[in-house]
Design a protein around this ligand. Structure first.
Ligand code: GRF
Length: 200
Protein backbone atom coordinates (compact mmCIF):
# COMPACT_ATOMS: atom_id res chain seq x y z
CA UNK A 1 0.00 0.00 0.00
CA UNK A 2 1.29 3.49 -0.84
CA UNK A 3 0.92 5.25 2.49
CA UNK A 4 3.45 7.98 2.03
CA UNK A 5 3.37 10.47 4.89
CA UNK A 6 3.58 13.26 2.34
CA UNK A 7 0.30 12.31 0.73
CA UNK A 8 -2.68 14.48 1.59
CA UNK A 9 -5.36 13.00 3.81
CA UNK A 10 -8.87 12.35 2.68
CA UNK A 11 -11.72 10.90 4.73
CA UNK A 12 -14.79 9.00 3.62
CA UNK A 13 -18.31 8.87 5.03
CA UNK A 14 -20.47 5.90 4.07
CA UNK A 15 -23.70 4.31 5.21
CA UNK A 16 -23.85 1.09 3.25
CA UNK A 17 -21.79 -1.28 1.19
CA UNK A 18 -18.76 0.89 0.59
CA UNK A 19 -17.97 -0.21 -2.94
CA UNK A 20 -17.02 3.38 -3.81
CA UNK A 21 -14.73 3.41 -0.78
CA UNK A 22 -13.19 0.17 -2.03
CA UNK A 23 -12.64 1.70 -5.46
CA UNK A 24 -10.81 4.65 -3.87
CA UNK A 25 -8.64 2.28 -1.81
CA UNK A 26 -7.73 0.33 -4.96
CA UNK A 27 -6.75 3.49 -6.86
CA UNK A 28 -4.57 4.57 -3.93
CA UNK A 29 -2.93 1.13 -3.86
CA UNK A 30 -2.26 1.31 -7.58
CA UNK A 31 -0.72 4.75 -7.22
CA UNK A 32 -3.35 6.45 -9.39
CA UNK A 33 -4.57 8.57 -6.49
CA UNK A 34 -1.86 10.05 -4.31
CA UNK A 35 -3.71 10.30 -1.04
CA UNK A 36 -4.14 8.45 2.17
CA UNK A 37 -7.49 7.69 3.75
CA UNK A 38 -7.15 9.03 7.29
CA UNK A 39 -10.42 7.51 8.47
CA UNK A 40 -13.78 6.18 7.42
CA UNK A 41 -16.94 6.87 9.40
CA UNK A 42 -20.46 5.60 9.13
CA UNK A 43 -23.73 6.39 10.85
CA UNK A 44 -24.42 2.66 10.57
CA UNK A 45 -22.34 0.43 12.82
CA UNK A 46 -23.12 -2.58 10.61
CA UNK A 47 -22.03 -0.88 7.41
CA UNK A 48 -19.80 -3.21 5.37
CA UNK A 49 -17.84 -0.05 4.54
CA UNK A 50 -16.49 0.00 8.11
CA UNK A 51 -15.40 -3.61 7.75
CA UNK A 52 -13.69 -2.92 4.43
CA UNK A 53 -11.79 -0.05 6.05
CA UNK A 54 -10.72 -2.12 9.06
CA UNK A 55 -9.48 -4.92 6.84
CA UNK A 56 -7.32 -2.38 5.05
CA UNK A 57 -5.97 -1.02 8.34
CA UNK A 58 -7.86 2.27 8.05
CA UNK A 59 -9.38 3.66 11.27
CA UNK A 60 -13.13 3.10 11.05
CA UNK A 61 -15.61 4.91 13.27
CA UNK A 62 -19.27 4.44 14.01
CA UNK A 63 -20.57 7.99 14.48
CA UNK A 64 -24.30 8.33 15.03
CA UNK A 65 -26.79 10.16 17.20
CA UNK A 66 -26.81 7.01 19.29
CA UNK A 67 -23.05 6.73 19.76
CA UNK A 68 -22.59 10.48 20.29
CA UNK A 69 -25.73 11.20 22.31
CA UNK A 70 -27.44 13.44 19.75
CA UNK A 71 -26.91 15.59 16.64
CA UNK A 72 -24.60 18.03 18.42
CA UNK A 73 -22.41 15.11 19.44
CA UNK A 74 -22.23 13.90 15.83
CA UNK A 75 -21.21 17.36 14.70
CA UNK A 76 -18.56 17.62 17.42
CA UNK A 77 -17.11 14.17 16.68
CA UNK A 78 -16.94 14.70 12.92
CA UNK A 79 -15.32 18.11 13.39
CA UNK A 80 -12.76 16.54 15.71
CA UNK A 81 -11.98 13.84 13.17
CA UNK A 82 -11.63 16.37 10.36
CA UNK A 83 -9.31 18.69 12.27
CA UNK A 84 -7.24 16.07 14.11
CA UNK A 85 -6.22 14.42 10.85
CA UNK A 86 -5.79 17.50 8.66
CA UNK A 87 -8.35 16.17 6.20
CA UNK A 88 -8.08 17.95 2.86
CA UNK A 89 -11.09 16.43 1.13
CA UNK A 90 -14.11 14.76 2.70
CA UNK A 91 -15.90 12.29 0.43
CA UNK A 92 -19.52 11.32 0.94
CA UNK A 93 -19.79 7.93 -0.74
CA UNK A 94 -23.26 6.61 -0.11
CA UNK A 95 -23.70 8.62 3.11
CA UNK A 96 -27.39 8.72 3.90
CA UNK A 97 -27.36 11.44 6.55
CA UNK A 98 -27.28 15.20 6.24
CA UNK A 99 -23.82 16.41 7.11
CA UNK A 100 -23.82 19.01 9.92
CA UNK A 101 -23.40 22.51 8.51
CA UNK A 102 -20.41 23.18 10.75
CA UNK A 103 -18.53 20.29 9.09
CA UNK A 104 -19.31 21.67 5.62
CA UNK A 105 -18.10 25.10 6.73
CA UNK A 106 -14.88 23.60 8.12
CA UNK A 107 -13.94 22.35 4.64
CA UNK A 108 -15.19 25.00 2.22
CA UNK A 109 -15.28 23.66 -1.34
CA UNK A 110 -13.74 20.40 -0.22
CA UNK A 111 -16.68 18.17 0.63
CA UNK A 112 -17.95 16.09 -2.29
CA UNK A 113 -20.86 13.74 -2.77
CA UNK A 114 -21.45 11.15 -5.46
CA UNK A 115 -24.95 10.73 -6.85
CA UNK A 116 -25.99 7.94 -9.24
CA UNK A 117 -27.77 10.11 -11.84
CA UNK A 118 -27.26 13.27 -13.84
CA UNK A 119 -28.23 16.00 -11.37
CA UNK A 120 -30.34 18.07 -11.26
CA UNK A 121 -32.38 15.25 -12.82
CA UNK A 122 -33.33 12.46 -10.43
CA UNK A 123 -32.06 14.17 -7.31
CA UNK A 124 -33.62 15.41 -4.11
CA UNK A 125 -35.99 13.78 -1.67
CA UNK A 126 -36.42 10.03 -2.03
CA UNK A 127 -33.83 9.82 -4.80
CA UNK A 128 -31.37 7.34 -3.39
CA UNK A 129 -30.36 3.78 -4.10
CA UNK A 130 -32.56 1.77 -6.41
CA UNK A 131 -35.25 4.48 -6.38
CA UNK A 132 -33.06 6.61 -8.62
CA UNK A 133 -32.77 3.92 -11.27
CA UNK A 134 -36.48 3.05 -11.05
CA UNK A 135 -37.33 6.70 -11.66
CA UNK A 136 -34.94 6.89 -14.63
CA UNK A 137 -36.51 3.80 -16.23
CA UNK A 138 -40.05 5.06 -15.57
CA UNK A 139 -39.24 8.39 -17.20
CA UNK A 140 -38.16 6.70 -20.43
CA UNK A 141 -34.83 8.58 -20.38
CA UNK A 142 -32.21 7.16 -22.72
CA UNK A 143 -29.32 8.42 -20.65
CA UNK A 144 -28.40 8.58 -17.03
CA UNK A 145 -25.03 8.74 -15.33
CA UNK A 146 -23.01 9.89 -12.39
CA UNK A 147 -22.66 13.29 -10.75
CA UNK A 148 -20.01 14.43 -8.34
CA UNK A 149 -20.91 17.69 -6.71
CA UNK A 150 -19.76 19.91 -3.91
CA UNK A 151 -21.77 19.53 -0.75
CA UNK A 152 -23.31 22.75 0.41
CA UNK A 153 -25.88 23.33 3.08
CA UNK A 154 -28.60 22.62 0.47
CA UNK A 155 -27.80 19.04 -0.13
CA UNK A 156 -28.11 17.84 -3.74
CA UNK A 157 -27.81 21.44 -4.95
CA UNK A 158 -24.09 22.10 -4.64
CA UNK A 159 -22.16 22.97 -7.79
CA UNK A 160 -21.52 20.05 -10.12
CA UNK A 161 -17.84 19.19 -10.44
CA UNK A 162 -17.98 16.25 -12.83
CA UNK A 163 -20.59 14.22 -14.68
CA UNK A 164 -20.35 11.12 -16.85
CA UNK A 165 -23.06 9.59 -18.92
CA UNK A 166 -24.27 5.98 -19.01
CA UNK A 167 -26.71 4.64 -21.57
CA UNK A 168 -30.04 3.16 -20.58
CA UNK A 169 -30.28 -0.12 -22.53
CA UNK A 170 -33.41 -1.84 -23.82
CA UNK A 171 -34.58 -4.39 -21.26
CA UNK A 172 -32.75 -2.70 -18.38
CA UNK A 173 -34.05 -3.36 -14.89
CA UNK A 174 -33.31 -1.06 -11.95
CA UNK A 175 -30.66 -3.60 -10.90
CA UNK A 176 -28.94 -3.87 -14.28
CA UNK A 177 -28.97 -0.11 -14.76
CA UNK A 178 -27.77 0.37 -11.18
CA UNK A 179 -24.77 -1.89 -11.66
CA UNK A 180 -23.77 -0.12 -14.90
CA UNK A 181 -23.96 3.23 -13.11
CA UNK A 182 -22.10 1.91 -10.06
CA UNK A 183 -19.22 0.71 -12.23
CA UNK A 184 -19.04 4.20 -13.71
CA UNK A 185 -19.09 5.70 -10.20
CA UNK A 186 -16.07 3.58 -9.31
CA UNK A 187 -14.17 4.93 -12.29
CA UNK A 188 -15.21 8.54 -11.69
CA UNK A 189 -14.93 9.33 -7.99
CA UNK A 190 -11.17 8.91 -7.68
CA UNK A 191 -10.62 11.15 -10.72
CA UNK A 192 -12.50 14.02 -9.12
CA UNK A 193 -10.83 13.51 -5.75
CA UNK A 194 -7.47 13.66 -7.51
CA UNK A 195 -8.42 16.88 -9.32
CA UNK A 196 -9.69 18.42 -6.13
CA UNK A 197 -6.48 17.56 -4.26
CA UNK A 198 -4.46 19.06 -7.11
CA UNK A 199 -6.48 22.27 -6.82
CA UNK A 200 -6.27 22.61 -3.02
C1 GRF B 1 -23.83 4.84 -4.77
O1 GRF B 1 -24.72 4.58 -5.81
C2 GRF B 1 -23.72 6.32 -4.55
O2 GRF B 1 -23.82 7.07 -5.71
C3 GRF B 1 -24.90 6.61 -3.69
O3 GRF B 1 -24.96 5.51 -2.82
C4 GRF B 1 -24.38 4.36 -3.44
C5 GRF B 1 -23.32 3.86 -2.51
O4 GRF B 1 -22.78 2.65 -2.92
N1 GRF B 1 -24.81 7.91 -3.08
P1 GRF B 1 -21.51 2.05 -2.17
O5 GRF B 1 -21.84 2.06 -0.67
O6 GRF B 1 -20.33 2.88 -2.49
O7 GRF B 1 -21.39 0.64 -2.67
Amino acid sequence: MSLSASHPSIAVLCSGGGSNLQALMERIDRGDLEAKIAWVASNNGDSPALERARRAGIPAHHVSVRTEGGPEGVERRLLELVTAHDVQVLVLAGYMKVLPAAVIRALPGRVVNIHPALLPAFGGKGMYGVHVHEAVLESGAQWTGVTIHLVTENYDEGPVLRQRVAAVMPGDTPASLGSRVLALEHDTLWREVRSLLERT
